[in-house]
Design a protein around this ligand. Structure first.
Ligand code: ADP
Ligand code: MG
Length: 583
């Protein structure tokens, strides 16, 4: 039960405000998260971490010396947006490149992945290392598909310590990936957590039982077993980690982590038995940790993490850390002493980079301005269509997903319209759609928001600022957007996603344009193909997104994202026809 909150919707912002006051001089709030109060030395790699909130000390608590340069903080159990990640990255970047590292979850991968791509477009060397330590979430053969739990702390410190000593980004990336490949975690839950403002827990564990293989977003474990005594629990937690011990590894960093509601003395009881069990297997323990490191609100549960050390990882694991939630080694001194945080921040060169870049862009061509005007009108019309169908889209999503597709699409397209309408009339189509896409992704939330936001921005980027825009240019920009959605979401046709409508739309549009048809009739045929594609998702089984775990429920119903796509493009085709008649 979350007992202390003001407006539940402001829970994260309120918590971050208090956190920053509690660690004044160590961290500074930025729009979207937290950065170090004293910026990195110029040329060092900025390690950026993040994800949903509700996991403190992850993520804001790990911003500091030998740890992260910044943390991107989303809503409770919700991925932060691309725009948040970009703002934190700009505030933290010191010219040595940016390494995003975070636990592998679909929404985070999409939003951070898009931020990484945008940073690269700006000329910032951005990289990503996904953390996949949870052995219960996929078999060893699919280790890359595993989710991240408390082992993220090991990777954060290894990457942070490498960046601190001045390693170049290639090295920091390599070491973070090495640490991830040698980190394993396993947890059990005794009781589920309750979201702020909710009156019941996200899941329950039967009386006298524990649930093995917990997730950190209120996901229950994979099987319930009777409660065990502490020595038995130590073995239960350690066994799967020992099974994946790399050849020759005999030294390990160990973390016993409380998920939120287990008291420290209980954790110490478990910790003692865990260390004895590992030592009995001949493992030498190096600077182990016991406490709360990655929580899940007030969930009752514990997890065990082992980082199998080699020489280079051990040196980094032993390196000092000074962050609000992890302080180890010799550096229990505030970084940047003698300088004020404000002085340091004022010297930061890159914090304002995006605004500067926009204002120095060359003026838009007449063709680009005409296309921008068309884009504004199309956004308004498609918003009206989504408003009409929002309820039905929500109902479709509720069958096997979380029911938010209608409101998510409406929030996104409305934000895009507002962004487009507030741009100056001299803005060309590239900047207009970039801003509309950013606004969409930031406000919509959900997987589809990230994908739509990226697609809209991609259409703008592909159209660019040319002297004329032909039907073939439009078709090419649609293909680029389709490629972007496929790359970001990783879905294939047949997975029962919006891609099952996008692909026929794109294929038909390109074929029609190549065959010499005018844009209005090509769009009409393509929209028809999108509708057929959306209809054809009804019998499919979802293999991506939130609908996957409840796949069988969605049989007989089309995919909500494919349906909303087909509604949007039908409206675009209708507008193209009408404007031709008007001419
Ligand atoms: P969320 O799933 O985060 O609640 P929405 O409900 O807004 O987001 O959107 C759900 C839709 O997103 C699905 O119907 C599907 O069309 C689309 N979707 C989900 N995951 C993917 C993916 N990996 N690639 C392409 N589309 C996806
Ligand atoms: Mg949904």
């Amino acid at each position: 039960m979350t007992r202390i909150h003001g407006d539940p919707d402001a829970f994260v912002a309120d918590a971050l405000r208090g956190f920053a006051r509690a660690h004044e001089g160590e961290v500074s709030l930025v729009d979207g998260g937290v950065v170090r109060a004293h910026p990195l030395e110029s040329g060092k790699v900025a390690v950026l971490i993040g994800g949903g909130s509700g996991h403190y000390p992850a993520f804001a608590g790990y911003v500091g010396t030998g740890m992260a340069a910044g943390a991107v903080c989303g809503n409770v159990f919700t991925s932060p947006s691309t725009a948040q990640a970009l703002r934190v990255a700009h505030a933290a970047d010191a010219g040595g490149g940016v390494l995003f590292t975070y636990g592998r979850y679909a929404g985070d991968v999409i939003h951070f992945g898009e931020a990484e791509r945008r940073l690269r477009d700006e000329g910032i060397d951005a990289r990503t290392v996904l953390i996949t330590d949870d052995v219960a979430s996929a078999a060893v053969d699919d280790a890359g598909e595993r989710r991240g739990i408390a082992g993220i702390v090991c990777v954060f410190h290894i990457a942070g310590a490498a960046a601190e000593r001045g390693d170049p980004i290639d090295e920091v990336e390599r070491l973070a990936a090495l640490a991830n490949s040698r980190t394993r975690s396993h947890g059990v839950a005794f009781a589920g957590c309750t979201l702020p403002g909710a009156d019941h827990a996200l899941f329950e564990v039967p009386q006298g039982h524990m649930s093995i293989g917990l997730g950190i977003h209120g996901e229950p474990g994979v099987r319930d077993v009777p409660l065990q005594s502490a020595p038995e629990l130590a073995v239960t937690l350690a066994e799967p980690l020992l099974r994946e011990r790399p050849a020759g590894a005999h030294r390990a960093a160990v973390i016993v982590n409380g998920l939120g509601a287990v008291k420290y003395e209980e954790l110490f009881v478990l910790f003692g038995f865990v260390l004895e069990h590992l030592e009995a297997q001949g493992i030498e323990i190096v600077e182990p940790l016991c406490g709360e490191f990655v929580t899940s609100l007030d969930m009752a549960g514990v997890s065990l993490t082992v980082l199998w050390l080699d020489e280079e990882l051990e040196e980094l694991w032993r390196a000092p850390a000074f962050s609000p939630a992890l302080r180890k080694g010799a550096s229990a001194v505030l970084p940047g002493e003698g300088r004020s945080a404000a002085d340091d921040r004022a010297a930061l060169p890159t914090a304002e980079a995006p605004a500067e870049a926009a204002s120095t862009a060359p003026p838009a061509t007449p063709a680009s301005l005409r296309a921008a005007a068309v884009a504004r009108r199309l956004l308004v019309s498609t918003r009206d269509v989504i408003a009409t169908h929002a309820e039905r889209l929500g109902e479709l999503d509720a069958i096997a997903g979380d029911g938010d597709h209608g409101i998510g699409m409406l929030r996104g397209v409305t934000a895009a319209v507002e962004a487009a309408e507030s741009t100056d009339p001299a803005t060309g189509v590239r900047e207009l759609l970039q801003r509309a896409g950013d606004a969409w992704s930031e406000r919509a939330g959900g997987t589809s928001g990230a994908l739509w936001g990226a697609a809209v921005a991609q259409i703008g980027a592909s159209l660019g600022s040319p002297d004329a825009i032909s039907a073939a240019d439009v078709a090419r920009s649609v293909t680029a957007a389709r490629t972007r959605v496929a790359e970001l979401g990783g879905a294939q046709p047949g997975d029962k996603t919006m891609l099952d409508a996008i692909v026929p739309f794109d294929v038909t549009l390109s074929a029609q344009v190549r065959a010499g048809r005018g844009l209005p009739s090509a769009l009409r045929a393509a929209a028809e193909a999108a509708r057929a594609g959306a209809d054809a998702t009804a019998p499919m089984t979802p293999r991506r997104g939130r609908a996957r775990p409840l796949a069988e429920r969605s049989a007989g119903h089309p995919d909500p994202g494919a349906v909303s796509f087909s509604l949007m493009v039908a409206e675009i085709a209708r507008c193209a026809d009408t404007s031709r008649e008007g001419r």
